[in-house]
Design a protein around this ligand. Structure first.
Ligand code: UD1
Ligand code: CA
Length: 477
């Protein structure tokens, strides 16, 4: 929490617009950056401040936006959603936010007003904005930025003394105004008691025929109130996302921030530009990430593990000192020291114990692979349990689906499954049992037995007999 001087602080987030320029069925503010919807990045930063309350103005896709925020925002600050039925502009949206909410927004409160489409802002910047606002007792303080490419943004018009006079929108600006590089970030701090009456003075006589929140600045200034422009130290923080190009640009900035933070925390990346880590991922020190690695959702990677090249892990927990190459994993748990890959697909419900090995061209699903077990090549292991130290030969298939139901295969500790074995589930292979190459096993194999042929014939006690024969120096065939 960042400390602020006196007066309660509330926030109104404008998120009712359609985002036409995205050309999407998804409301703009729900488009994800680094795995998290845009508006949640804004709200995550807001809740770092000691706010009394937050009002989110929703409209386009109101239900989806509300549900997403309710499900994904973790805060004790009261959050209320207010619907702006007709999207008549940012001024109208702010007005709906102030008046439509059940919160008693006191006239003496300061109100941060911001839009749901600036996902790069930082809490410290908002705190500085509110502090500056209070220090000079302003009616309005605008976060501004100098941009080399200001096209599309509202421009800050200053008077001869350098004081903010008004904001002019791109579509309404004359040639001289279009030359201005200081832009409106759409992030403001207002005296609530002065904002409400100023909003009532707006009219839609402009290029877009909308009620512009930006016009409030001119209204307050004309009424003799103090209006201040506060420069953002880092202009990238104010980048607004209106189209897919800006979305990609903003995501790249966010990705760099996330990667830098992890590198400072002790994670190595051989090429940070080709390393993609969702905001929700957790990494321990001495994790090493190789190029084209994507860590998504609730993925966690333990100390000393090496991930990549070319891995995509979704909601996957990796222990310490594990190695994963060219692996796609979803809802999987991987134990300490396990080695996975290359070219492996681990589907939901896979649990690989410590020091196990899953190798080239193996697919698993809903499978427990025991400690030290090996599935080195070309296998499908689904709805199965493989005991510790078992070895699964190349080409082994657990035939888990009989056309109606999924059935389980259980393979015991130290079992040796021969190449190209088909395990017709439900079936159980006992501890230390062996299957011959090409066996089609549809009956349980007792511990220590051999199953070979099609359909497999079972020779009980075969393993023990072989051991004795070997001891006698004999032939085992
Ligand atoms: C706005 C500002 C512009 C500023 C830019 C910064 C206005 C008129 N212009 O332009 O000065 O430089 O942001 O990014 O304010 N919204 C509603 N209801 C509406 C209309 C919009 O809730 O009726 C919401 C949108 O969901 C969006 C935000 O307000 O999150 C801003 O609207 P947008 O259309 O993106 O404004 P810009 O053209 O970017
Ligand atoms: Ca915008």
């Amino acid at each position: 929490m960042t400390d602020l001087p006196y007066r309660p602080l509330a926030a109104v987030v404008l998120a009712a617009g359609e985002g036409t320029r995205m050309r999407s069925k998804t409301p703009k503010v729900l488009h994800p950056l680094c795995g998290r919807p845009m508006i949640l990045h804004v709200l995550d930063r807001l809740i770092e401040l000691p706010l009394a309350r937050i009002v989110v103005v929703v409209g386009h896709g109101a239900e989806r936006v509300t549900k997403t925020v309710q499900e994904q925002l973790a805060t004790d600050i009261p959050v209320e959603f207010v619907e702006q039925r007709l999207q008549r502009g940012t001024g109208d949206a702010a007005s709906v936010g102030l008046t439509g909410s059940g919160f008693d927004l006191d006239a003496e409160d300061d109100v941060l007003v911001l839009t749901g489409d600036t996902p790069l802002l930082r809490a410290e910047t908002l705190a500085v904005l509110a502090t500056e606002h209070r220090l000079v007792d302003a009616a309005a303080t605008i976060l501004t930025a100098d941009l080399d490419e200001p096209t599309g943004y509202g421009r800050i018009v200053r008077d001869a003394r350098g004081a903010v006079e008004r904001i002019v929108e791109q579509g309404d600006a004359n040639d001289a105004e279009l030359e201005i590089t200081e832009v409106n970030s759409s992030i403001y701090c207002f005296r609530r008691g002065l904002l409400a009456p100023a909003l009532r003075r707006l009219d839609p006589e402009n290029a877009q025929g909308e009620y512009y929140l930006t016009d409030v600045i001119g209204v307050l200034r004309a009424a003799g109130h103090v209006v201040v422009g506060s420069h953002a130290d880092d202009p990238t923080e104010t980048l607004g996302v209106n189209d897919r190009d800006q979305l990609a640009a903003a995501e790249a900035v966010l990705r760099r921030r996330i990667n830098r933070a992890w590198m400072r925390a002790g994670v190595s990346m051989s090429d940070p530009e080709r390393t993609y880590i969702d905001a929700s991922v957790e990494l321990e020190p001495d994790v090493s990430l190789l190029p084209d690695t994507m860590l998504e959702g609730r993925t966690v990677v333990g100390a000393g593990s090496v991930i990549g090249p070319s891995c995509q892990l979704v909601d996957t927990i990796v222990g310490e000192q594990a190695t994963l190459r060219q692996t796609v994993a979803r809802e999987t748990e991987i134990g300490d020291g396990a080695t996975i890959g290359p070219f492996v697909s681990l589907r939901p419900g896979t649990r690989i114990a410590a020091d196990a090995h899953v190798g080239t061209f193996v697919e698993t699903k809903n499978a427990d692979i025991g400690e030290g077990a090996k599935v080195p090549h070309l296998a499908y292991v689904g709805d199965a349990e493989i005991g510790p130290d078992a070895n699964i030969g190349a080409g082994t298939i657990t035939a888990n689906y009989d056309g109606r139901r999924k059935n389980r295969t259980k393979i015991g500790r130290d079992a040796r499954i021969g190449s190209n074995t088909v395990l017709v589930a439900p079936v159980e292979v006992g501890d230390g049992a062996v299957t011959g190459a090409g066996a089609v096993v549809s009956r349980d194999v007792p511990p220590g037995a051999l199953a070979k042929g099609v359909p497999a014939r079972i020779e009980e006690g075969w393993v023990e007999a072989r051991r004795r024969a070997e001891e006698d120096g004999g032939d085992t065939s």
